[in-house]
Structures are given as structure tokens and as C-alpha cells.
Design a protein around this ligand. Structure first.
Ligand code: HEM
Ligand code: HEM
Length: 340
């Protein structure tokens, strides 16, 4: 198997891939800090935007601020950093990419970061918790776009040759479909999780009912997702495709379940049925604790990581099986063939 790069692409100078990774890492940090903003209830530290306490946010003296202002403004600055990186990614794609659809995709990412920023700002300006909920659901979507960009700009994607499979073997294709289902289920779980997180602060009369229904649904979906990820892991091992991704995803979902249960305990206390076995614990509403905040925020970010890893597995499987983007793969197959 030849490892030579495609003739019209210098792998050593894969700038778009480097920028995609930078944006991916900045967005992950942004999700962590965004999660901390919500966990510590710092969302309304400022009542204005794009200014912070009347000063344009890029010139605001952030290092002299404290507490909720320090956290919330840090999130704003990271949002700006993601914006600059997205502009850089677009420029680099425009100048170096030989696949027009990748350049268009970088433009979609740029539009995504702008919309996400506007949504965050609108949450502050209108002091609207529902917008915080929506902003919490679109953040992971944006993160998923950056993850997809990392995959499609990689050398692996460009040089990948179709997996050699028996024509009648339906298992790899079903594994790809399963990875897509896991991605969809995880996103549904993130949305329900965001409802569990934000509904206690909604002013609607239905908030209590919405919260109760969302909690049951969140737990149910957690086990449905676990079942699917278990099956995906087994299929990845059996087909030999994306083995590490499948096993890693399963490990992450198990950690996420543990974090979810811990989140419940630190926020709402031991469920009644559990106190019979382990006694009463007095951990309720200690969300100001660093460890409690880390557990809650870790659970939120864990959900986004599961989303992007299942998406990355699906994309890579789709690439290996040539079931994604047929128009593009046709031209890229020629590039891969030329590389042989
Ligand atoms: C690409 C840019 C951004 C991303 C990916 C992002 C992501 C997030 C995430 C994931 C959360 C946590 C939501 C939750 O826990 O449910 C959050 C919270 C928040 N974000 Fe952003 N954010 C971005 C930009 C901004 C900007 C520019 C602002 C401007 C003010 C902003 C304001 C907020 C606020 C106020 C909260 C707390 C909402 C609350 O719970 O009260 N965000 N963000
Ligand atoms: C693999 C399964 C799970 C995934 C992917 C997941 C994902 C998430 C996410 C992403 C959020 C935050 C959403 C946001 O703020 O935007 C969340 C919230 C939450 N999850 Fe899960 N979760 C899972 C399982 C569980 C389990 C088993 C429990 C146990 C009861 C649980 C309890 C909670 C609670 C209590 C919240 C609200 C946290 C808060 O109020 O700050 N989760 N979940």
C-alpha cells in the first residue's frame, strides 16, 4: 500500500487541517467555559452586548474583573477567538483548497460562529432563558461542524482507498448506518439534557412538568444510546473498521452515565430508592463547589464529545465505504488512485 501523497496536494503543508484543529480546540474550550457560565449562573453578569459594562468587549479590562464577570467575559473573548480562527480557516481554504465544497463548508462554519455569537448576545440583551437553552443546543452543533472539518481536511481522508469488502457483506454498511443513528440519538439526548438543565429556570407555568418529563426521557434515552453504542463498538471490532473509535466511544458513554448520575446527586440529592442502600447524603444544591461544578460541566461537555466522536466515526466509515458525498468521492477516488 503506497503512502505517497496525492500529486496536487502537499501534505506537509496541510494548512487547512491545522486551522481546522485550532478551531476545534478553541470550540471545545468555549464549550467548557460556556458550561461553567451556566453552571455558576453567570449568564447575566453583564446586561449589555457587544459592550461589557459599556466598554467595547475587546477592550474591556478582563484581567481586572472577578467572579461571574471574569467567567462570562472569558466566554465572550473565546467566542471572538473562535470567530477569528473561522475567518482564518476560510481564507486558508480559499487560498489552498482544491476542493470547492471544502471552501464552501468553511464559509458555513464562519456563518455558524457568527450566528452562535449573536444568539449568545441575544440571550444577554433580552435576558431570556429560552435563548440560553437554544444557545446550549446549537453550541454542540457548531462543534460538530468543526469536527467534520478536521476529518475532511485530513490526509487520511484524501488518501483513503475504499475498504476491500465482499460484495454481499452488508455488515460494514449497517455499521455506518448505526454510527449515524448514534450521532442522531446523542444530539437528541443533548437537547433533552439542555431542557433538564434550563427548564427549572424557565418562567412558564409548564416548567415543572416539562422538567419531570425531560428527566424521565433523558434517563430512557441514556440507556437506548448505551445499547446502540455497545452494538456499534461490537460491529467496529467485528468488521475491523474504526475499531479504536468504536471502543473509545463506548468507554466515553460509560463515563458519561457515571457523570450523569453524579450530576443528579450533586444537584438534587440521592433518589429516595437509593437512600435505602447507601443512606442519606447531604450534597444537594452545592453547585458552588468546585468539584460539583466540574462534575456538572464535565457531563455537559461529555455529551458534546460523544456527539463529535460518533460523527467522526460515521464520516470515516462513510469515506471508507464510499457511501458519502458520491460526487466528491468520485473525483477523490481518482486522486487516491493517482497516489498509488
Ligand atoms: C461559537 C461561539 C459560542 C459557542 C460555541 C458557545 C457555546 C456555549 C455553550 C455550550 C454554553 C452552555 C450552555 C448550557 O450549558 O446549556 C454557553 C453559554 C452561554 N453563552 Fe455561549 N457560546 C458562544 C458564543 C457566545 C457569545 C459571543 C456570547 C455573548 C455574550 C455568549 C453568551 C453566553 C451566555 C450568556 C451563556 C450562559 C447562558 C445561561 O445559562 O445563562 N456565547 N455558550
Ligand atoms: C450517555 C448518556 C447521557 C448523555 C449523552 C447526556 C448528556 C447531557 C448533556 C449534554 C446535558 C447538558 C445539556 C446542556 O446544558 O446543554 C445533560 C444534562 C443533564 N443530565 Fe445527562 N446525559 C446522559 C445521561 C444522563 C444520566 C444517566 C443522568 C442521570 C440521571 C443524567 C442527568 C443529567 C442532569 C441532571 C442534567 C442537568 C444538569 C444541570 O441541571 O446542570 N444524564 N446531559
Amino acid at each position: 500500500m503506497s503512502n505517497n501523497p496525492a500529486p496536487n496536494h502537499r501534505v506537509s503543508k496541510n494548512h487547512a487541517h491545522v486551522w481546522a484543529w485550532l478551531l476545534f480546540c478553541a470550540t471545545l474550550t468555549l464549550l467548557v467555559v460556556g458550561g461553567i457560565v451556566t453552571t455558576t449562573d453567570s449568564g447575566m453578569a453583564f446586561r449589555d452586548w457587544m459592550t461589557s459594562d459599556g466598554t467595547f468587549f475587546l477592550t474591556y479590562d478582563w484581567l481586572s474583573s472577578e467572579g461571574d464577570k471574569f467567567i462570562e467575559h472569558g466566554h465572550r473573548l473565546l467566542g471572538a477567538l473562535a470567530g477569528f480562527l473561522a475567518i482564518g480557516l476560510f481564507v486558508v481554504c480559499y487560498l489552498t483548497e482544491d476542493r470547492p465544497w471544502v471552501t464552501k463548508f468553511s464559509l458555513v462554519i464562519l456563518a455558524g460562529v457568527i450566528l452562535q455569537g449573536i444568539l449568545g448576545g441575544a440571550r444577554v440583551v433580552f435576558d431570556e432563558r429560552l435563548l440560553a437553552l437554544i444557545h446550549g443546543c446549537t453550541g454542540p452543533l457548531f462543534f460538530a461542524l468543526t469536527a467534520a472539518m478536521v476529518v475532511v481536511t485530513s490526509t487520511w481522508w484524501r488518501q483513503n482507498k475504499p475498504a476491500s469488502l465482499a460484495a454481499d457483506d452488508a455488515m460494514p454498511r449497517r455499521t455506518f448506518q448505526l454510527a449515524l443513528i448514534c450521532t442522531g440519538l446523542t444530539y437528541a439526548q443533548l437537547v433533552v439534557g439542555a431542557i433538564v438543565r434550563h427548564s427549572p429556570d424557565l418562567t412558564s407555568q409548564l416548567a415543572a412538568t416539562v422538567f419531570r418529563v425531560a428527566v424521565y426521557f433523558h434517563v430512557l434515552l441514556a440507556f437506548v444510546l448505551l445499547g446502540h453504542v455497545l452494538l456499534l463498538g461490537m460491529r467496529c471490532l467485528r468488521t475491523g473498521l474504526q475499531r479504536w473509535g468504536g471502543v473509545g466511544l463506548l468507554g466515553l458513554v460509560l463515563v458519561q452515565l457515571a457523570l450523569g448520575m453524579s450530576t443528579w446527586v450533586v444537584k438534587y440529592g440521592m433518589p429516595m430508592w437509593a437512600t435505602r442502600f447507601v443512606g442519606e447524603w447531604t450534597l444537594v444544591n452545592r453547585k458552588a463547589d468546585v468539584i460539583s461544578s466540574a462534575i456538572i460541566t464535565g457531563h455537559m461537555v461529555g455529551g458534546s464529545l460523544i456527539l463529535v466522536i460518533s460523527l467522526m466515526i460515521a464520516l470515516r466509515l462513510g469515506r471508507q465505504l464510499r457511501v458519502l458525498l458520491p460526487r466528491v468521492t468520485a473525483s477523490e477516488t481518482r486522486i487516491a488512485e493517482a497516489a498509488q
